[in-house]
Design a protein around this ligand. Structure first.
Ligand code: UDP
Length: 260
């Protein structure tokens, strides 16, 4: 037997070589980190839920014509994606003030922003992912002007779509992080949406109660992390409701017990 090759291990995912050239397998772990990995923990079942939620969102985005790396989900913790060259920029889209924006600029958490705000952070753990401007991106050649135009365009489209998707299930999309990758075809490349979209990288607040349904539960020691992620999955219609059917988490537990 040949063991598949691990390409990279990140904070929440492991990447393995895929079955065909140009493909990669994303394995979703239960590990959680915050504050640039100074806080570490495990959220049992998170990987299963994020795999499923991300599959759902990427599929819907693909359906409206946003190019993404997603190919298909393989099993409870893995999905097959296109191999891309990751653009070293984290794109944060904000509709409501929260987190680092509130802290940096002294804006009350929860204040609706007068317009959608796009922010860029340089992907570098050692530097703590510093906030950068488009000037830095152009100056250091992290992405071309054309790529930045496409990235901003896609980020706004994703935001419009996801804001509606979540509003329809009583959730306020406060902010979220996106990553993009270059897909090469000969001498040409285009940028497509990569990584994942899950409660790990979004702020999702219940519209009625304001309850946080995202990783802030872990960051701020609020507890109930898995229940919150499960609630997001349930409202998206991804969990069997009030039936005898086992949930994705039950199945994962069963598989783990069997050593699968
Ligand atoms: N975010 C992320 N990864 C990061 C930094 C931020 O997924 O490395 C997400 C975060 O979950 C939130 C949004 O981007 O939905 C904005 O995060 P913010 O800048 O407020 O940073 P934080 O409060 O997490 O330090």
């Amino acid at each position: 037997m040949v063991r598949r090759r691990q390409i990279y291990e990140g904070k929440a995912k492991i990447l393995y070589e895929g079955p065909e050239p140009g493909t990669i397998i994303q394995y979703f772990k239960d590990d959680a980190t915050a504050f640039n990995a100074q806080k570490k923990g495990t959220i049992n079942g998170k990987g299963v839920l994020n795999n499923r939620i991300s599959e759902h969102v990427f599929t819907l985005l693909g359906n409206i014509g946003v190019p993404t790396h997603f190919i298909r989900r393989l099993n409870m913790r893995e999905q097959l994606v296109r191999q891309v060259e990751i653009v070293p920029i984290e794109v944060v889209v904000r509709n409501v003030a929260a987190g680092s924006l509130s802290k940096r600029l002294g804006i009350d958490e929860g204040a609706q922003l007068p317009r959608t705000l796009l922010e860029y952070y340089y992907k570098d753990d050692a530097l703590g992912d510093p906030l950068i401007t488009e000037e830095h991106i152009a100056c250091f050649g992290w992405a071309s002007q054309e790529e930045m135009h496409d990235i901003a365009d896609m980020a706004i489209r994703v935001n419009d779509f996801m804001s509606g998707l979540f509003a329809a299930i009583g959730i306020r999309l406060v902010d979220f992080k996106l990553e993009f990758g270059r897909l090469w075809d000969g001498d040409y490349s285009r940028v497509i949406l990569a990584d994942e979209i899950s409660p790990d990288g979004c702020r999702l607040w219940d519209m009625e109660t304001g309850e946080k349904l995202d990783k802030d539960r872990f960051r701020r020691d609020l507890g109930g992390e898995v229940e919150a992620y499960q609630e997001v999955a349930r409202r998206l219609g991804l969990m069997p409701e009030e039936s005898e059917e086992p949930t994705v988490l039950d199945l994962d537990k069963h598989r783990k017990k069997k050593g699968g």
